[in-house]
Design a protein around this ligand. Structure first.
Ligand SMILES: CC(C)(COP(=O)(O)OP(=O)(O)OC[C@H]1O[C@@H](n2cnc3c(N)ncnc32)[C@H](O)[C@@H]1OP(=O)(O)O)[C@@H](O)C(=O)NCCC(=O)NCCS
Length: 154
């Protein structure tokens, strides 16, 4: 049974556990505590176990997707897509576009974002550090949520 709801303080242990499994440079507990106060934080549960999270930073009529992850045990089952769609819906109608940055090598995330309506608009060269002391590019993507209102009729 899948459930999606706002993240609460009691979820932090599970969220941090997932984050530490999937990121080279995981966010700290304090970063998650600050996010709970300042941003839109969403979790996805499988039978009441938190198995993923998504953090959006709304800014006026836009938002930045700061971080999301699904527990490795539950990846590849459609949960990331379901969570991201729900988090986008939670932003509401006033949000017209969402921006994000993602490592060029993170093809799973890039494919997920494309499936959800994002496309690449830019690239920051040599932006992210890698495990072998090199750098990799950041792909900048946008999801124009209200793009259809700009369509013209002839
Ligand atoms: C990126 C991530 C959130 C995807 O979550 P997920 O639950 O595994 O994704 P889903 O099962 O919902 O897949 C949705 C789409 O993403 C793409 N995708 C997911 N995993 C993929 C993989 N291993 N390779 C290629 N594409 C993949 C596919 O397009 C898929 O759609 P499809 O099944 O119709 O082909 C997950 O892999 C993850 O937590 N990764 C580590 C953290 C991370 O990279 N976060 C994003 C940057 S902050």
């Amino acid at each position: 049974m899948i459930n999606i709801r706002p993240m609460q303080k009691i979820d932090l242990e599970s969220v941090i556990n997932i984050e530490q499994q999937v990121q080279y440079h995981p966010w700290t507990k304090n970063q998650f505590i600050d996010s709970l106060q300042s941003y839109q934080c969403t979790v996805i549960e499988n039978y009441q176990r938190v198995v993923g999270f998504c953090i959006m930073q709304p800014v006026l009529d836009e938002a930045n997707l700061l971080l999301m992850a699904i527990d490795p045990e539950f990846q590849g089952q459609g949960l990331g897509f379901t969570l991201l769609e729900a988090a986008i819906n939670r932003l509401g109608e006033k949000c017209s576009q969402i921006f994000l940055e993602v490592r060029e090598s993170n093809q799973a995330a890039i494919k997920l974002y494309e499936k959800t309506g994002f496309h690449q608009i830019d690239m920051r060269k040599n932006y992210y550090p890698t495990a072998n002391h090199k750098k990799e590019h950041a792909i900048i993507m946008v999801n124009m949520l209200n793009a259809n209102i700009f369509q013209f009729s002839s």
